[in-house]
Design a protein around this ligand. Sequence first.
Ligand code: ZN
Length: 84
Amino acid sequence: MTTHSYRCGKSNCACHSNPPHLHGPYTQWTRQSAGRTIHVNPSAEQIEDYMPWFENGAEIHRLVREFESLTLSVLERDPRFEQH
Ligand SMILES: [Zn+2]
């Protein structure tokens, strides 16, 4: 989950004033699917209800990256390993 604020395209909007009043903050759930980045914007209530789901998903991805990194370091130590 990432939280961010942004400026819109309307030049007369408060987000372009000085000091700016940015839109947001919005909490976005970003994930990869078939090589594409997909952004989902759940409501504040949904974020609260589904927080364990988002956290579990993030933890699974962290574990997969850790496992892949471990696999690579073991492969590289194997005498049969050839760098291409
Ligand atoms: Zn704006």
